[in-house]
Design a protein around this ligand. Structure first.
Ligand code: ATP
Ligand code: MG
Length: 1020
């Protein structure tokens, strides 16, 4: 009972939720309004300048709006703080919602790619680029989480999902490291396919890895670390394990871990991460043996790093009884002797036999490091393969994929090495891919929408891609030739070859080729490429490559190097060529898919929240080619929307389209834009979309809409107020009801007690209720002694009194009803005239007499108004000639009897002229009036039939004082048809009562034979 109040409140809350649900659009509106800081889509910038771009970005960043679109491309600025925009609720908001309806978000992009994949049943990829620390890996993880939460799932799929999610910590342990720019910097490029079945379930995955930064294994810059896994093992590894691997629990002990002088940093918890990684390895199905081999390799690299060389008198490198070497040989399962030889001698192949040439210490260290890098690099690849095996979906049914490409953006340093060259080349290729795909998509859209294609002005970077990769002429080909050329190839001869071949290429400059001004900025050993994103100067030193090969008993190592035949005389591929072909493959993979882009920007170098380093961001905007991207998107038409979407938003702006446009949306849009005064060149009407050339046109429309919305808002406000009033009324009503119900229940509980405040109303209600019921169910006759409502306790006495009263009343009514004095006297008169004389008399006794039997016509009333009307009755009159029956009315007044036909008086019989009345002794109801012939107005005797014969004649006797004039005749009644002409009414009995003219000219009446037995008692 007490909860009723809270129930009412609960109800109100429910109603509120319902209202909000109904007003979902309002919510979207609110969100959009919140997000209306700057512009959500750069395409709508009025001027496409870098300054305008940056200012918009900054405005949004200051309000923690880190996402902005360029069309469907997402620009993301690293906030360096946790934002509350990645929870499950947010995910649900973005699920299945049109891309442009909500504020920009990475979920919107992920969802849109997913929905498009489902509806169009094709493949997609999301390219995430940006410089180190910009948030690429975080972005890819957010996308993966979005799919993990929002895609449909089963237990089976959940394991695939777990594997996909868990591949991240493993790959990050082996492939990420702390750098100056990012504490968790991915040092490899990663492309991950997520495979979906036709229902949209994530059913499998596949990873491709690119260009692991192996040099980090043996060397780290100041303030940087080696790959996380080394520190995790040394810091977090269990004592037993470390003992088995011959490792000290101290990172400082290892040369490969200490060069950056920051082995331990507060921002990284290696011990916790170790646990995560071990757990993740289990989830991705790496068994214990392989896990041990894996850590064996990691340990062997650490031991290798600690291998020191002595030198003999000739300066040759020596390795004597080295414990570290033995650990390496042990852990990798390779022969210690050959390992030692491999590290200190160079094998020179002559025609018939091999010659061993000793290394100097420098060479030996180079060989040692090369071995470490090779082992680690191959192990990384092995790991990726194992992850792929565990995520593989073997079901052959067709699947669609969404690929996630997390790859470094342009890198520009003071000294740019070979690795930067590869990275920038990769970006050049991806830009080329973007141009091709975007233009292709634009062209296809124009074609689909039946809009004429207009050439777009933009810089096509194909010329730079060619400069790098063209066969026989590109930089990579020349590098290959130089590396594999017999004889003394040096870095400088390589540069000369480049100058020879590229001499007048517009995007290639060296010291020698440059003009005076540029020459000042170029060293002699450098070359400069004019990338699409800007100029980058590369140093040629160390660009050539060496390969080192090994044999092993460690299963992983053996597997890793199995494909490489150590005796092969085939020219090995250089790293650049390998990279080029893997990029080519990637391009092929991506070209077959639909592209989505995320460009990540770093807000500042110091990883601080809320800092917007304008110079740094300008630099990134440039190198990520955002302005170029914007230009391609803006070429032609800046804005396009489906007709229905456009109409839905802007229809309030035109009277013809507001509030409803009944026709086709396209026509509605045409009417609308005409009304708004769009000029013909400002827009084009496609098949399904309107294309608007300049953002300013759209902005004018949007401004008008804002104003109009304000007006509409007032209407909405009134509506809201009204709803509020209604809701309050409803609430009051319910509160009142609660009170009444409470009182009722309390009254019920105290109903047996004496009257008090608690029960007085209840008892009043009970009383009224009982009396009402009683009123409707009172017994109807005195004989009914059972029908009486049983009373509630409070009314027992009242009920008894009422019962007595009611019965008394009924008896009185009955008695009154059956003894009306006058009627009784009339009946006595009837009896005195007819009893024992007419056969139908006994049946008539029980029938009460009534005062009168018909309503008299108003005209007749007027004609005889002077005479007092006493009685009236319908009769059938028989004509004198031919005895035709005619329905008539008979009226008895004080002085005469009238025969009436509707409004006409047919005959008036003065009582004084009425000399006799005859009836038969049978059951018939024929009456004959004998009328004196002296009266010239009379036409003869009147023959009638009357259903209420006894009543009629009794009344007539009383009114006209004719008791003695009535005769009951047997057999036949003589009648005078007219003066001197006689006829008769003959009576007989039969089964069927009949009245007809007989052949003898008399009226023949057949009366029904009565059942005298039954009626005898009534006569008494
Ligand atoms: N959306 C975000 N919200 C909050 N913090 C972020 C976000 N994105 C990135 N960060 C922060 O920035 C750091 C670097 O991000 P991330 O590792 O994704 O960079 P990256 O672009 O992958 O760099 P690299 O090229 O070095 O791998 C993260 O560790 C995190 O602290
Ligand atoms: Mg990363």
């Amino acid at each position: 009972l007490m909860n009723l109040d809270s129930l009412v409140v609960h109800f109100a809350a429910l109603r509120l939720i319902q209202l909000v649900a109904q007003g979902q659009l309002d919510m979207e509106g609110a969100l959009t309004a919140r997000d209306r800081v700057g512009i959500q889509d750069f395409v709508l910038l009025d001027e496409t300048t870098e300054a305008a771009f940056l200012s918009n970005l900054k405005k949004r960043f200051s309000k923690d709006l880190i996402y902005t679109y360029i069309g469907t491309l997402l620009v993301s600025v690293n906030p360096y703080k946790e934002l509350d925009i990645y929870n499950k609720k947010q995910m649900e908001v973005y699920m299945g919602v049109n891309f442009f309806e909500l504020p920009p978000h990475i979920y919107a992009l992920a969802d849109n790619a997913y929905q498009t994949m489902l509806t169009e049943y094709n493949n997609h990829f999301i390219l995430i680029s940006g410089e180190s620390g910009a948030g690429k890996t975080e972005a890819s993880k957010k996308i993966l989480q979005y799919y993990a939460v929002t895609c449909p799932s089963t237990t089976l799929l959940n394991t695939v999902r777990d594997k996909m999610l868990m591949s991240n910590p493993v790959l990050e342990a082996f492939g990420n490291a702390k750098t100056l720019k990012n504490d968790n910097s991915s040092r490899f490029g990663k492309y991950m396919d997520i495979q979906f079945d036709s229902q949209g379930d994530a059913v499998g995955g596949h990873i491709l890895n690119y260009l692991l930064e192996k040099s980090r294994v043996v060397h780290q810059n100041h303030g940087e670390r080696n790959f996380h896994i080394f520190y995790q093992l040394v810091e977090g590894g269990e004592d037993d394990l470390l003992h088995e691997l011959g490792l000290e629990k101290d990172a400082q002990h290892y040369n490969y871990l200490t060069q950056g002088e920051c082995a331990i940093v507060s921002s990284i918890n290696d011990r916790n991460d170790w646990k995560t990684v071990k757990n993740a390895l289990q989830i991705i199905n790496i068994d214990e043996i392989n896990t041990n081999h894996l850590f064996g390799i990691v340990a062997s690299v650490l031991h290798l790093g600690n291998v020191q060389f002595d030198s003999d008198s000739k300066g040759h490198a020596l390795l004597n009884n080295n414990t570290e070497l033995r650990w390496v040989s042990n852990l990798l399962g390779v022969d210690a002797q050959s390992l030692q030889e491999g590290l200190t001698y160079r094998k020179i192949e002559a025609r018939t036999d091999q010659v061993l040439s000793p290394f100097t210490i420098d060479h030996a260290i180079y060989a040692r490091d090369a071995l470490a890098k090779a082992i680690y690099g191959q192990t990384f690849t092995w790991l990726v393969n194992r992850i792929n095996e565990s995520m593989e979906n073997k079901d052959p049914s067709r699947k669609t994929v969404i690929g996630l490409l997390d790859i470094y953006g342009f890198e520009v340093f003071y000294v740019n090495s070979f690795e930067q060259f590869c990275i920038n080349y990769c970006n050049e290729k991806l830009q080329q891919l973007f141009i091709q795909l975007t233009l292709k998509a634009e062209q296809e859209e124009y074609e689909a929408e039946d809009i004429e294609w207009e050439p777009v002005q933009f810089f096509n970077n194909k010329i730079i891609c060619d400069l790098v990769e063209e066969r026989h002429r590109g930089i990579i080909s020349i590098l290959d030739e130089e590396c594999l050329r017999p004889g003394d190839a040096t870095d400088l001869t390589f540069l000369e070859r480049l100058e020879d071949k590229m001499g007048n290429h517009p995007h290639f400059v060296t010291h020698k080729l440059a003009d005076k001004m540029t020459r000042k900025t170029l060293e002699r050993g450098d070359f400069r490429l004019l990338h699409y994103a800007g100029e980058v100067t590369y140093c040629v030193v160390g660009k050539r490559n060496q390969n080192l090969i090994c044999q092993s008993k460690n299963a992983i190592v053996r597997e890793c190097f199995a494909t490489v035949d150590p005796d092969s005389r085939r020219r090995p591929e250089t790293v650049a060529t390998q990279f080029k072909s893997s990029l080519l493959k990637l391009t092929e993979i991506l070209m077959a898919k639909e592209a989505w882009y995320i460009r990540c920007l770093k807000s500042n170098e110091s990883k601080q929240p809320g800092q917007f380093d304008e110079a740094l961001i300008r630099h990134q905007v440039k190198y990520l080619g955002l302005m170029e991207h914007l230009r391609v998107r803006r070429a032609g038409f800046a804005y396009r929307r489906k007709y229905d979407v456009f109409l839905k938003r802007y229809k309030p702006l035109c009277p013809a389209t507001w509030p409803h446009w009944r026709g086709v949306p396209a026509d509605g849009v045409e009417v609308l834009v005409q009304h708004l005064g769009y000029l013909p060149y400002e827009y084009k009407m496609g098949r399904t979309k309107i294309f608007i050339r300049h953002p300013r046109t759209l902005y004018a429309t949007e401004d008008a809409y804002e104003k109009c919305k304000h007006e509409l808002g007032k209407t909405t406000k009134i509506e809201t107020c009204w709803r509020g009033v209604q809701a309050r009324k409803e609430r009051e009503k319910r509160a009142w009801a609660v009170k009444v119900i409470k009182k009722f229940i309390k009254g019920y509980m105290t109903r047996g007690q004496a009257k008090c405040t608690d029960n007085s109303e209840y008892l009043a209600f009970v009383r009224q209720n009982y009396l009402n019921r009683l009123k409707n169910t009172l017994p109807k006759t005195v004989l009914d002694k059972t029908t009486w409502q049983s009373p509630p306790a409070v009314l027992t006495e009242t009920s008894e009194l009422l019962r007595k009263l009611h019965y008394r009343l009924m008896v009185r009514k009955y008695v009154r009803g059956i003894t009306p004095q006058r009627k009784f006297q009339l009946k006595l008169l009837t009896s005195s005239i007819f009893k024992g004389k007419k056969e139908s008399y006994p049946q008539s006794v029980a029938q009460p007499f009534v005062d009168t039997r018909i309503n008299i016509n108003i005209r007749v009333l007027q004609m005889i108004r002077n005479e007092h009307i006493k009685y009236s009755i319908p009769v059938i009159k028989y004509d004198r000639k031919g005895f035709k029956p005619r329905p008539r009315q008979l009226i008895l007044t004080q002085t005469a009897a009238y025969v009436i036909e509707e409004a006409k008086i047919k005959q008036r019989v003065l009582y004084t002229s009425l000399k006799g009345i005859s009836v038969s002794n049978l059951t018939d109801s024929i009456i004959v009036f004998h009328i004196t012939c002296e009266d010239p107005k009379q036409k003869g005797d009147l023959v009638m039939q009357c259903d209420h014969l006894f009543e009629f004649l009794t009344k007539l006797c009383v009114i006209a004082n004719k008791q003695n004039a009535v005769k009951v005749v047997q057999g036949s009644i003589k009648i005078e048809i007219q003066a001197g002409k006689e006829s008769a009414v003959d009576f007989t009995t039969g089964q069927e009562p009949m009245v007809y003219k007989a052949k003898n000219g008399h009226l023949m009446v057949t009366a029904h034979v009565p059942n005298t037995d039954n009626n005898d008692h009534l006569v008494e």
